[in-house]
Design a protein around this ligand. Structure first.
Ligand code: NAD
Ligand code: TYD
Length: 350
């Protein structure tokens, strides 16, 4: 690994991954390739932007010609692909954008890498960062394993499933060295406040209703974002080419229980009487096709590479709350503009 392109590096997980990699590997050049959609924000990277081994290139992975020219000029040996449209609710409102970025964009990247590497696979790697949502929905019991058949339900998860299949197809058909990981729900600083945890923190702070879909009984497995970044780093260094690794937090929560815990933490942090924030919980119409439960069996990654999460959920959630309360300016910046327009429209439709 000498010259790495990380796509989607201005987003939530990508910015944590870049911070880790740029600091840990000073002799490796990292190029952040990002379109800067509503979800991409270079303020996420202020602390590393002046490092000599970091560079930003604004670009759209849907533009195949641009990618081919970029790969020819830059001669990357490693791709870590995170750029995506990532929010399920948006995918329900506008599936085509998800097909374009997540499917066409991924195939364009695979093509650009294949064209550039030209069959010389030595020292090359295409790492695809994916989600546990490709496996579908679980009942009360069981876990997603790497061998669980794909059964995506939302346009988002269908697009990620498709991109996973293309990455494996390039490995099986052309011999491209690839790695894949499918991770559960991440949380932590710099997550765009359309996802459950930062949205709830933002609303509680502003004494606005906390929208809980349906009865709040859906279950997600939550992982501290830096633990995801550490897992990606480890898999890239030590993973077996062609393999898939599930990454999870061993940390399942019903949405309503998670929100109640968050309310308790927020009451304490904001000095409000106990129960104030919980009074904001508002049950709203359920998400269409809402998957009941996600739970990851990450034992393959644990036993083969020794990875495990570093942080207990309560501690991570408190750190997350502290970060959002201390970074109002960041929140103001990301919640202005396109995000506001989109949500004004969404809420007008309800
Ligand atoms: P995010 O929405 O915060 O960031 C996505 C980034 O991709 C943004 O910086 C955006 O500007 C960029 N991008 C979008 N379209 C682009 C395009 N056409 N060309 C170039 N850049 C583009 O997403 P995230 O939560 O950081 O997720 C990153 C990756 O991890 C995604 O592939 C997602 O599917 C996967 N993932 C996310 C989670 C999670 O809990 N957030 C869990 C598992 C896997
Ligand atoms: P989200 O953060 O959108 O992640 P994902 O859909 O990829 O799992 O949602 C997490 C869970 O929280 C999911 O079950 C949907 C639910 N949810 C709410 O109840 N209210 C909300 O406002 C949001 C955004 C999500």
């Amino acid at each position: 690994m000498k010259k790495v392109v990380i796509t989607g590096g201005a987003g939530f997980i990508g910015s944590h991954l870049l911070r880790r990699m740029v600091n840990r590997y000073p002799d490796v050049t990292f190029v952040n390739l990002d379109k800067l959609t509503y979800a991409g924000n270079l303020e996420n990277l202020l602390d590393i932007e002046h490092k000599p081994n970091y560079r930003f290139i604004k670009g759209d992975i849907v533009d195949g010609d641009f990618l081919t020219a970029l790969f020819d000029a830059e001669q990357f040996d490693t791709v870590i692909h995170l750029a995506a449209e990532s929010h399920v609710d948006r995918s329900i409102a506008n599936p085509i954008e998800f097909v374009m970025t997540n499917v066409v964009g991924t195939v364009n990247l695979l093509n650009a890498a294949r064209h550039c590497w030209n069959g010389n696979w030595e020292g090359k790697m295409f790492y695809h960062v994916s989600t546990d949502e490709v496996y579908g929905s679980l009942g009360e019991e069981g876990f997603f394993e790497e061998s669980t058949p794909y059964d995506p339900h939302s346009p988002y998860s269908a697009s990620k499933a498709s991109s996973d299949h293309f990455v494996r197809a390039y490995h099986d058909t052309y011999g491209m060295p690839v790695l894949l990981s499918n991770c559960s729900n991440n949380y932590g600083p710099y997550q765009f406040p359309e996802k459950l945890i930062p949205l709830a923190i933002h609303n509680i702070k502003n004494s606005k209703p906390i929208p809980v879909y349906g009865k709040g009984e859906n279950v997600r497995d939550w992982l501290w974002v830096e633990d995801h970044a550490a897992a990606i780093d480890l898999i890239l260094q030590e993973g077996t080419t062609g393999e898939t690794y599930n990454i999870g937090g061993f940390n399942e929560w019903k949405n309503i229980d998670l929100i109640k815990l968050l309310c308790t933490i927020m009451d304490k942090k904001l000095g409000r009487p106990e129960g104030t924030s919980a009074g904001l919980i508002t049950f709203v119409r359920d998400r269409a096709g809402h998957d009941l439960r996600y739970a990851i069996d990450a034992s393959h990654l644990n036993t083969s590479l020794g990875w495990k999460p570093s942080l207990q959920f309560e501690e991570g959630l408190e750190k997350t709350v502290d970060w959002y309360l201390a970074n109002e300016e960041w929140l103001d910046h990301v919640t202005s503009g396109t995000y506001k327009q989109y949500y004004q429209q969404q809420y007008a439709d309800r």
